[in-house]
Structures are given as C-alpha cells and as structure tokens.
Design a protein around this ligand. Sequence first.
Ligand SMILES: NC(=O)c1ccc[n+]([C@@H]2O[C@H](COP(=O)([O-])OP(=O)(O)OC[C@H]3O[C@@H](n4cnc5c(N)ncnc54)[C@H](OP(=O)(O)O)[C@@H]3O)[C@@H](O)[C@H]2O)c1
Length: 279
Amino acid sequence: MNVLILGSGRVGTAFGYILRKKGYRILGVYNRHRETGLRALERIGEGTVYDRESLPAAVPVADLIIITTPDRVIKETAGLAGSGGPHSDAYLMHMSGLLDSEILKIPGWEGGVFSFHPLQAIAGFTEGIKLLPEALFTIEGNEKGERFAGELARSLGLKYLVIKKEYKPLYHAAAVIASNYLVTLVGNSFRLLRKAGMDREEVRKGLLRLVKGTLENLEQMAPDEALTGPIARGDLETIGKHRQALTDYAPELGELYRLLGWYTAEMINNEEIKQYFES
Ligand SMILES: NC(=O)c1ccc[n+]([C@@H]2O[C@H](COP(=O)([O-])OP(=O)(O)OC[C@H]3O[C@@H](n4cnc5c(N)ncnc54)[C@H](OP(=O)(O)O)[C@@H]3O)[C@@H](O)[C@H]2O)c1
C-alpha cells in the first residue's frame, strides 16, 4: 500500500516509520519547508520530498494519504490532496483528537475518510516510535473509511475503539485535562518548591516519583479510592494551613488550589469540604 504523509512533524514521522516497518510503502512527505521533509525521510528510511508543485503528481499513486499537519491547516491540506485527484479507492485520514473526518471530505470524491487519533502525548520522534505502538487509537469516519481504519489498526497491532463524531471535542477535552493539565499542575508544584527554596534536581525528581506512584495507584484502583492526602482524610486544619501558606507566599495559586480542592471533595462526596472550598 502506497502512503503519502502531508505534514511530517512529530506524529507524521513516527507513524510513517511504524508503517514502513510493517511493510507499507512510504511514497514521500510534504511540508512547507524542504528541510522538514529531508529530516523526516532520514528517519522513515524511504520516500521523496514533495513540494506544492510536485505533490499533485504523487496523489493519484497514493492508496493512503495521511494528514499530520497542525489541526488548523488540515482542511486546506485536504483540499490540496483533493486537487491532485486521489483514485477512487484511496483513503484520506488525519490524526487530530478534536476534529472529525467531515473536514476531509473533498467535493466530488467518494473515497474513504477517517480520523485516527492516538491517545498519547508525542513530544518527538524517539518518543513517538516508542509510545505510538502502545497507545489506544480512537477512530471514526465514513463507512468505507471506518472499515479501513479498523483494518489499518489491526495490521499494525494497535488497540483501538470507535468514537461517535459528535463526542470528539468532549473526548479531546478529557485527554487535555488528564495530560496537559497534569503538566500544568506539576509545573506549578515546581513553582512552589522554588518559593520554598527547594528548587533542586533531587527535589524535582522526588516530586516526580510521587506523581508516578500516584499514577501506579490509578492503574490499580478507581480515582476516589486512589486519593490520599488531607481531603481524603477530611483534614480541614491541614487544608486551612495550605491556603494560608499560599496567601502568604504564592497568592496567584490560591484559586487553583481552591478550585481543584472543590472538585476533589466532590469526587469523594465530602459535602463539608466542598462547602469549605466554596468560599
Ligand atoms: N504531538 C502530539 O502529542 C499529538 C498527539 C495526538 C495527535 N496529534 C495530532 O497529530 C497532528 C500532528 O501533530 P504534531 O504534534 O506531529 O505536529 P508538528 O510536530 O507541529 O508537525 C506538523 C508538521 O506539519 C508541517 N506543516 C505545518 N503547516 C503546514 C502546511 N500548511 N502544509 C503542509 N505542512 C505543514 C510542519 O512542517 P513545516 O513547518 O516544514 O511545514 C510539520 O512537519 C495534529 O493533528 C495533532 O492534533 C498530536
């Protein structure tokens, strides 16, 4: 199967590498900058760097066109693929968590379209080739596209589930809360350590071990059972001291502590602490 990758950054390059390893033929990549393409091909191991002029000639030869540009340009990139005239059995996919496959519909073309989202944070190529094979993929598409997406996932040995189009933004918000906001929380925790004069490598590593331990607990039990600390113990005195310390040393984080405290108390149905956090 001949594959074209439009937008070979972190996800596109790593996914291209995985595809090639499984026997798919990578025709080449297209980006705004030639250097981006050359770097990607070095890693993927085969293919041609296309530009705006040469891309249309490659499109009719492709059986699978993967759009891994930033989300904001997926639509125009699909338009570009469409102007090359994909063959009628070709498939067009993107890997956005937010957007659904409607954005890929090319006027006058009845081929398969689908979204194929890895529930993983891919920070670079090395991380990508390690994390993508273990990720859960969520897929949806038109009838042809969704059927092929399942075949693609199975051929690559990937875990997947089908999602309804209308739930993609909600699903993506869930991923952002769990992944991106975790980063925000750890970043702000480091900020407090700095204010406490404890901004040292070993303290940051110690905190990350705490986070990893919490994640391991979450693998074993439900969030309300995994919760430890003063809210789980109903210890308002400790919570009050935290809030006082924040007022004294980091007032900018008082609202973050209050709001997350409220949601934590709500999760374990502790009305008293929930009410305390309402003020
Ligand atoms: N990274 C993640 O953690 C992650 C996880 C799940 C899903 N995704 C999804 O995967 C997709 C790609 O994300 P990414 O993180 O891999 O992005 P990325 O690393 O920023 O790569 C985007 C690539 O698109 C190219 N590009 C940008 N604008 C373009 C345009 N107008 N035309 C053609 N190429 C263009 C860029 O190269 P040039 O600058 O040379 O054009 C770059 O190679 C997105 O849909 C994203 O939502 C990402």
